[in-house]
Design a protein around this ligand. Structure first.
Ligand code: ADP
Length: 261
């Protein structure tokens, strides 16, 4: 069983040290949220073979058949203020892109705020849900969905244009234990560094290096308003910079925001 392989692959200090596996679940994020409310420890990972109601952002749906892809949710309890949560999304993107590149050898890029793209198509999504009380984050649930062994022809028609999988791009199957292991390892490293250094110049540079959108023209939608401009990358605080045709620059914080190229 691949989950056993994942459990025994490597001693992990935090992320994936303990893994709960479900053959089928409504949504790993929902389950993780409930467990976090109940006091579950930081680093706990929930993995499901299939999800009946996988979540995307802003009430959208994550479609993925059972048995071929990865659906994982990770509980974090960073001792920081809720204002820092968007920076944790950014580090998760860096960890995810580096992990998929290591696992597959494919050029894996970040599409702000929360997706991983390979060859211009979405291969993974990261969803964060946060519970904060006053000045502190109580917990963050990072949901990670990776299209691993989905065959190209099995990707639903409505996603064909925009979605892909590691298998579709590489032309071979991947071990889900290996892919998940890389994700946990990269996340553990980036998270530990983040707790020491915060949103460091290194993390910013790494994000900009991995960005799929820098220098492209994009439309950002925020609460019904649309902004158009050329993506300038992240600033020192982790805000995304967009420069419009007049040369004015706007800052955007990852949140309830969508970006289209
Ligand atoms: P975005 O932020 O790009 O709008 P979300 O992170 O909210 O997207 O993810 C949900 C959206 O992603 C869905 O509306 C659908 O278009 C797309 N989607 C759903 N399932 C998958 C999948 N397995 N792979 C790639 N894209 C998907």
């Amino acid at each position: 069983m691949w989950v056993e392989e994942l459990r025994s692959a490597r001693q992990r200090k935090l992320i994936g040290k303990e893994i709960l596996f479900f053959p089928e679940v409504d949504s790993t994020n929902r389950q993780a949220y409930d467990r976090a409310l109940g006091g579950a420890r930081e680093g706990l990972v929930l993995l499901a073979e299939g999800q009946s109601r996988g979540k995307g952002r802003l009430g959208r749906v994550w479609e993925s058949p059972p048995g071929v892809n990865l659906h994982a949710s990770i509980i974090l309890r960073p001792p920081v203020s809720p204002a820092v949560a968007p920076q944790i999304m950014l580090l998760a993107g860096v960890a995810g892109a580096n992990a998929l590149a290591r696992a597959s050898g494919l050029d894996s890029r970040i599409k702000w705020p929360n997706d991983i793209y390979i060859h211009g198509k979405k291969v993974a999504g990261i969803l964060s849900e946060i519970k904060a009380e006053g000045p502190r984050i109580q917990f963050i649930i990072l949901g990670v969905g990776v299209n691993v062994n989905w065959r190209k022809e099995e990707i639903p028609a409505d996603l064909q244009e925009m979605a892909t999988s590691l298998r579709a791009e590489a032309g071979r199957e991947f071990s889900r234990a290996l892919v998940a292991g890389e994700i946990f390892e990269e996340l553990e490293r980036e998270y530990a560094l983040f707790l020491q250094e915060g949103f460091s110049p290194r993390l910013r540079e790494e994000w900009n290096r991995l960005s799929w959108i820098n220098r492209k023209w994009a439309t950002i939608t925020m609460m019904e308003r649309k902004f158009e401009g050329q993506v300038q990358g992240l600033d020192a605080d982790g805000a995304l910079l967009l420069m419009d045709r007049e040369g004015n620059t706007q800052r955007f914080i990852a949140g309830d925001v969508s970006l289209r190229i």
